[in-house]
Design a protein around this ligand. Sequence first.
Ligand SMILES: Nc1ncnc2c1ncn2[C@@H]1O[C@H](COP(=O)(O)OP(=O)(O)O)[C@@H](O)[C@H]1O
Ligand SMILES: [Mg+2]
Length: 303
Amino acid sequence: MRFLDRRIHLITGKGGVGRTTVTAALARAAARHGRRTLALEIGDPDGGYSPLGRLLGRETLSETPARLSQHLSVAHLWAPVGHEGFLRSVLPGGPLIKSALKSRALRKFLDAAPSFHEMGVFFHLLLLLEATREDGQPEHEVILIDMPATGHTLALTGLPDLLLGLIPRGPVAKALRRGQAFMNNPAQAAAWVVTLPEQLPVTESLELLDGLARTQVPIGGVLLNRYPDDPFDPEERAALDAFMAQHPAQGGLALKRIDQAQGAADRLRAGTDALIVSLPEVWVDDPGPVLEAQLHAAMRRTP
Ligand SMILES: Nc1ncnc2c1ncn2[C@@H]1O[C@H](COP(=O)(O)OP(=O)(O)O)[C@@H](O)[C@H]1O
Ligand SMILES: [Mg+2]
């Protein structure tokens, strides 16, 4: 299953590992492959400054997708849009929405807070996934989400199961099942764990992979970001090690980083069967273009 054949990609991982940078690079790469691509951030559109938007060329985002180029758009996923969109889809006309909020079944549903927020986000995503153009084709062929912190991610991916347990029938359940048909389907969705080639991040990413698997979200793979360049072949390295042993000098730190990265990558490989894609550490102000070029090429071959 190639990256571009799937509709939804959840970009997850601990803060600071490069989630937003990688999401932006993936979005640009998918758009360059000619897919109508939508990059999403979860949050409040009045929150002002958007890190994802800024990397893509927009300081602020709204809940309505903004076109950045022929194939690339960006927006905020915003819970109230989902709440309202959901009510509109089950009820004709505005005034009914008020009375619907009084319905017992719906109240029970809303009382399942704190899932209320996730539910709104989930339904907003569903609206975007199901949006079609006049020719019946999806408005957004590939949707990428810069996911929030780990706990929120698992709350979102675990939401359908949780709510279907509470309310197995009715329009809410129906919509949740439509969402599951996307989110839990390996032909449609993939979660990607961004991490760094260091011990603690690797441990955390293995835990996150377990958590994601428990919520039945298909795993796309691990994006091992900021992998340091190793310019030496084994022979050169052996010579260098011999030299360094006698002259413990400054270069030792860089070599140690390379070795640590290798050790962390080995541990990652031992801990998961998931696909692992390494992305280089890029020593320029904006690593975006280099990552985009690599991901663009990888999308052709990535299973
Ligand atoms: N491959 C990379 N090489 C060099 N710097 C990177 C790379 N990926 C991300 N960064 C830098 O790391 C910092 C954090 O990245 P960001 O995408 O904001 O992380 P997150 O969204 O996970 O918090 C940024 O300054 C970004 O430019
Ligand atoms: Mg970020």
